[in-house]
Design a protein around this ligand. Structure first.
Ligand code: AR6
Length: 177
């Protein structure tokens, strides 16, 4: 079974088969991780995104990585946090799951995720982290791959990912606790 890695860093620097972009439905760029990915991949990325016809929340669209080390970029659109009763958890889970399913279909061995929806889209960090890790752990347990890396952009997020991962592993070992 492939490991799940948690690292502190910038997703554009990762040497993996695919990185995931936390995009918006236009797929035409923005701030945060989306802006960083477009800057690092170069202008050919925007040209390629123009031909994709946008992307719905919870879905994924694929482009090449252009100037990135990663071969592919999986552009997904996370939910905007509206209080938690507008299907946000299901939509966020769907982002992670559809990216992982795409990786399996393309036979990719590694994929890296940012913390989708937790910046401009305002998803509460603890809840988003739990969804990201639970979805990834469940998928790898079922399929055995790909190798998943969660890229945390700052120290508090990194610690939250590490602590949540330890807690979820303990819960799995003691399901009745
Ligand atoms: N590497 C890894 N993580 C990063 C990086 C980076 N280079 N830069 C930021 N983050 P956000 P969202 C983290 O706002 O909430 C855009 O304008 C950041 O610290 O990028 O899904 C899009 O076009 C945070 O933890 O994405 C959309 O309009 C996480 O990435 C909107 O923002 C996500 O923050 C999407 O909002």
């Amino acid at each position: 079974m492939q490991p799940i890695n948690i690292i502190l860093g910038d997703i554009v620097d990762l040497e993996v088969d695919a990185i995931v972009n936390a995009a918006n439905p236009s797929l035409l760029g923005g701030g945060g991780v989306d802006g960083a990915i477009h800057r690092a991949a170069g202008p050919a990325l925007l040209a390629s995104c123009r031909g994709l016809g946008g992307c719905k929340t919870g879905e994924v669209k694929l482009t090449p990585g252009f100037n990135l080390t990663a071969n592919y970029i999986a552009h997904t659109v996370g939910p905007i946090w509206r209080g938690g009763h507008a299907g946000e958890p299901q939509l966020l889970r769907s982002c992670y799951l559809k990216c992982l399913e795409l990786a399996t279909r393309l036979n990719l061995s590694s994929i890296a995720f940012p913390a989708i929806s937790t910046g401009a889209y305002g998803y509460p960090l603890r809840q988003a982290t739990e969804i990201a890790l639970r979805t990834a752990m469940g998928y790898v347990e079922m399929k055995g791959s790909p190798e998943i890396t969660f890229v945390c952009f700052d120290e508090p997020l990194y610690e939250l990912y590490l602590n949540t991962s330890i807690r979820l592993k303990q819960d799995n070992r003691h399901p009745d606790a």
